[in-house]
Design a protein around this ligand. Structure first.
Ligand code: BEZ
Ligand code: FE
Length: 291
């Protein structure tokens, strides 16, 4: 047992750990003990001045105060420090061919419209036309019928609908689809652009101080689910993007990068009629069975 008083640099960590002796929930105890050990080790490593520690408290206070119904600065902090991707990796240790996962991000909206394959999900006339043709398969390559595909992305200037306006009627470039009997789905939209994450708050200042840019490479988000299978949250990234190797939230994986093909003529490889100069994004998603 450590002393009950006269704490110093050498004995205070153990004293705080000992104070949790009455904690009966094993998970709470494990988390609390690790928090204290790592936080004390961090402080011992950096030996902050009192002014620096006050700045740290002010930073966390500002981060909380920046949060609102439409802005979650703590998630951005977790994303930009690589913690969201670490949590994602720990929770999705799938084997084999399963589609790799990435962060959900702050622009997901649960109540997007249910549309039929073939719909155009972009009301904005601007941007290069895009057709997305995908399949959702099981680990053996069999199409999964009636799987739900939730998809959302930024527009051709890198803005999400929810950044332009609020309210259900403002929803754009997002929808929910269902696969057909062979696991196929398709829709039309516009080619998304790379964009900076919201950087007008404390996280933006942190990135600046760390000499980092706030950009994410161009991508389309997908959340895929079907009864009996693990839900997969992922993005498909567009190759040739200058930010693929410096994504501010560390979300890029080689297996999720695809090349957009320019469709010659008026019919896509999936047999759908398209406007001139339409770009094609294809992807084969694989859902692992639930264990
Ligand atoms: C996104 O891709 O939508 C996103 C992810 C993490 C932080 C900000 C945006
Ligand atoms: Fe995004």
């Amino acid at each position: 047992m450590s002393p009950m008083r006269n704490f110093n640099e050498d004995n205070i960590t153990q004293a705080v750990l000992d104070r949790m002796i009455a904690c009966t929930d094993p998970r709470t105890r494990k988390i609390s003990e690790a928090l204290v050990r790592h936080l004390h080790a961090f402080v011992k490593e950096i030996e902050p001045t009192e002014a620096e520690w006050s700045r740290a408290i002010a930073f966390l206070t500002d981060t909380g105060q920046m949060c609102s119904d439409t802005r979650q600065e703590f998630i951005l902090l977790s994303d930009t420090l690589g913690v969201s991707m670490l949590v994602d990796a720990i929770n999705h240790r799938f084997n084999g061919d399963a589609t790799q996962t990435t962060v959900l991000g702050p622009f997901y909206v649960e109540e997007a419209a249910d549309l039929q394959s073939g719909a155009n999900i972009s009301r904005e006339p601007g941007g290069m036309p895009l057709i997305v043709e995908g399949t959702v398969e099981d680990a053996h390559g069999n199409g999964i019928a009636n799987a739900m595909i939730e998809t959302w992305h930024a527009d051709g200037s890198g803005m999400y609908d929810v950044q332009r306006a609020t309210g259900k009627s403002a929803l754009d470039m997002r929808a929910r689809f269902r696969t057909d009997a062979n696991g196929r789905f398709w829709y039309r939209s516009v080619v998304p652009a790379a964009y900076p994450i919201p950087d007008d708050g404390p996280v933006g200042k942190m990135l600046d101080a760390q000499g980092r840019h706030p950009f994410r490479p161009a991508h389309v988000h997908f959340k895929l689910s079907a009864p009996g299978y693990e839900t997969i949250v992922t993005h498909v990234f567009i190759d040739d993007d200058p930010y693929l190797d410096s994504d501010v939230v560390f979300g890029v994986k080689d297996a999720l990068i695809t090349k957009l093909l320019k469709i010659d003529g008026h019919v896509s490889p999936g047999g759908h009629e398209v406007a001139p100069n339409t770009m094609l994004l294809t992807y084969r998603f694989v859902l692992p069975s639930q264990s």
